[in-house]
Design a protein. Structure first.
Length: 209
């Protein structure tokens, strides 16, 4: 007599009418991401799944609105090398105005992606704009101004002192790259006689919102 876990299983692919057979036991992927049993909340979830069996080991892909197949992020066996049209890159947070940023924080909403997504949502150094203000993950500050050399200046508090500190973009590499810019905050109609005064004003408004 066959045990329950040995019986054939079927599963319907997400956003598809296709039903696949001989699906593995759900206990095998318990606690891990799985494109069949434990789908994560990635940005491709609304795209139809497609099981590829024509290229080595079978793997799951998602078909974007342009008809291009992209490896399903939940399939650890999917080959990430593919004919990509750019759709599989997670959408980057859009710039947010100071007023909108403060309004969302006041309502308890987070205008930034989850902390677990910081790495892939980091704005690369080539896309950072000198003179623009960013919400960042850094060693000593959470908000910083991008400078001409792509370094970042923010206000640091240490041992009762407050001063401007400089850190460098993560893309600079170890050991100096410590800043991960996450989202640009538009500085409309903001003028100040000094960098310290400008940063202090922004820090007070945004962090106390």
């Amino acid at each position: 007599m066959k045990m329950l876990e040995d019986l054939p299983r079927t599963a319907r692919l997400e956003n598809s009418d296709v039903v696949i057979e001989n699906v593995h036991d759900p206990n095998r992927c318990l606690g891990t991401s799985c494109p069949v049993h434990n789908r994560s909340n990635h940005h491709m979830r609304t795209w139809p799944q497609n099981l590829r069996t024509d290229w080595g080991k079978p793997f799951m892909e998602r078909i974007c609105p342009h008809g291009v197949g992209h490896p399903d992020p939940d399939d650890p066996y999917a080959d990430q090398t593919h004919g990509c049209d750019g759709c599989c890159a997670p959408p980057r947070p859009q710039p947010v105005s100071r007023s909108e940023f403060r309004r969302m924080k006041a309502q308890g909403a987070d205008p930034l992606p989850p902390l677990a997504d910081l790495e892939k949502d980091m704005i690369p150094m080539t896309d950072c704009i000198p003179g623009e203000f960013y919400r960042v993950q850094a060693r000593n500050f959470s908000y910083a101004l991008c400078m001409e050399d792509k370094s970042f200046n923010g206000i640091r508090h240490k041992w009762g002192n407050t001063f401007i500190d400089t850190e460098f973009h993560w893309d600079t590499g170890a050991p100096h790259g410590t800043v991960k810019p996450l989202q640009r905050i538009e500085l409309t109609a903001l003028t100040s006689p000094s960098l310290m005064a400008m940063l202090a004003t922004l820090m007070e408004e945004l962090e106390d919102a």
